[in-house]
Design a protein around this ligand. Structure first.
Ligand SMILES: Nc1ncnc2c1ncn2[C@@H]1O[C@H](COP(=O)(O)OP(=O)(O)OP(=O)(O)O)[C@@H](O)[C@H]1O
Length: 354
């Protein structure tokens, strides 16, 4: 049993990282957050590359770091597999010897350590590159080799820092798939840092969202995606997020001063977050008559072509991202500066305590 239990406090100038991290055996925790949130600092602290100012870290009940008790196990003795964003392969060693390094470092002979490397080269699809040196590898190949090298040490815990960030889109798909399969079969705890929401949704058993050195949300990806707790998370998953208070059975007084109608079982008085998908908002050139209960005017201030839709940024109260078809853009004659009316059914707005 190698479950990770850590309380990490690191101070760097005015920045303070303060988080509790628990990861079960076989679980992949993906740490997501904007630039400067503290993701890399957290990973380095878990690897023992960054000293804790306060806190404690144990893997499988074995204490590797405890500031109060003066315990510190150096990174090289932690049986942690770390894969860095820039791979950090040994430049003078072939791919095979990079992957064989762990066995060699543990006293195995050359032939034995090379034999031990073989299954990891196979598993990561790098066997045919075994004789090359790192400078002759593409980014995707180097990332696979780095993964093979980390796994060959039979680590108790895996730590991956932005494992896909440096790769082009096509390579990213392949390596993400390899990574997903590798993490599924890895028996210990794994922590993956990323700022890419798709990577996070594909790889995570559980998400931990960091902002400003603090955990702002954590949970299964589907819960985080459905019920974002902050504007950053809402933007990542592409939802409009509004804050307010229920002042009637289905009436939300927004902090921004306007009113939304939503369907929610929460009692009157509850402070709520309300989400509305950009696809659930309709755009009209004149005030629509009849059914939808949420109707409000605004001005188009941005237009962006997504694959099959156009995402409008509409300055309104409340402001909204709205997805329309290219045909609708043409029919309504939309452009930056267009005055529009928005509408949304109450049943399309989900409100939850927050
Ligand atoms: N050497 C340093 N000295 C002082 N402050 C630092 C140092 N390195 C990083 N910081 C600060 O620590 C904070 C966290 O940085 P960190 O690199 O962990 O964030 P991150 O979430 O990984 O960001 P990114 O996505 O940009 O890599 C930032 O506010 C940064 O300014």
């Amino acid at each position: 049993m190698n479950a990770l239990a850590a309380r990490v406090v690191v101070r760097r100038g005015t920045f303070e990282l303060s988080v509790d991290v628990d990861v079960a055996d076989g679980e992949t925790l993906v740490v997501l957050g904007p630039n400067g949130a503290g993701k890399t600092t957290l990973l380095r602290a878990l690897a023992g590359l960054q000293a804790l100012d306060e806190g404690r870290l144990a893997v499988g009940g074995e204490v590797w770091d405890d500031v109060g008790a003066g315990v510190f196990v150096p990174p090289t003795d932690r049986t942690t597999g770390v894969v860095f964003q820039d791979y950090r392969l040994f430049p003078h060693l072939t791919v095979r010897d990079n992957v064989a390094f762990a066995a060699r470092a543990h006293g195995a002979g050359r032939a034995e350590s090379r034999a031990a490397a073989e299954p990891w080269l196979e598993a990561t699809g790098t066997a045919d590159l075994a004789g090359r040196r790192p400078h002759r590898l593409s980014g995707g190949q180097a990332q696979r080799v780095a993964l093979a090298r980390a796994l060959s040490a039979r680590p108790r815990m895996l730590l991956l820092d932005e494992p896909l960030a440096a790769l082009d889109a096509r390579t990213r798909l392949d390596v993400r798939d390899l990574l997903r399969r590798t993490l599924r079969s890895f028996a210990g705890p794994a922590v993956v840092v990323t700022h890419d929401p798709l990577d996070a949704l594909v790889l995570a058993d559980r998400l931990l969202v960091l902002e400003g050195g603090r955990v702002v949300q954590s949970g299964p990806p589907q819960d985080v995606a459905r019920r974002p707790a902050t504007d950053y998370v809402a933007r990542l998953v592409g939802l409009n997020l509004y804050r307010g208070r229920l002042v009637g059975r289905d009436t939300i007084a927004l902090d921004s001063g306007t009113t939304l109608f939503a369907s929610t079982p929460e009692p009157v008085g509850t402070h709520v977050l309300a989400v509305l998908a950009p696809t659930a908002i309709s755009v009209h050139s004149a005030r629509p008559e009849g059914s939808p209960r949420n109707v409000w005017p605004g001005t188009v201030t941005g237009m962006e072509l997504l694959t099959d839709r156009v995402r409008l940024t509409v300055d309104a109260a409340p402001p909204a991202l709205v997805d329309v078809t290219p045909a609708a853009v043409a029919e309504l004659g939309l452009h930056e500066g267009s005055a529009v009316w928005l509408s949304a059914k109450a049943t399309e707005i989900t409100a939850y305590p927050g």
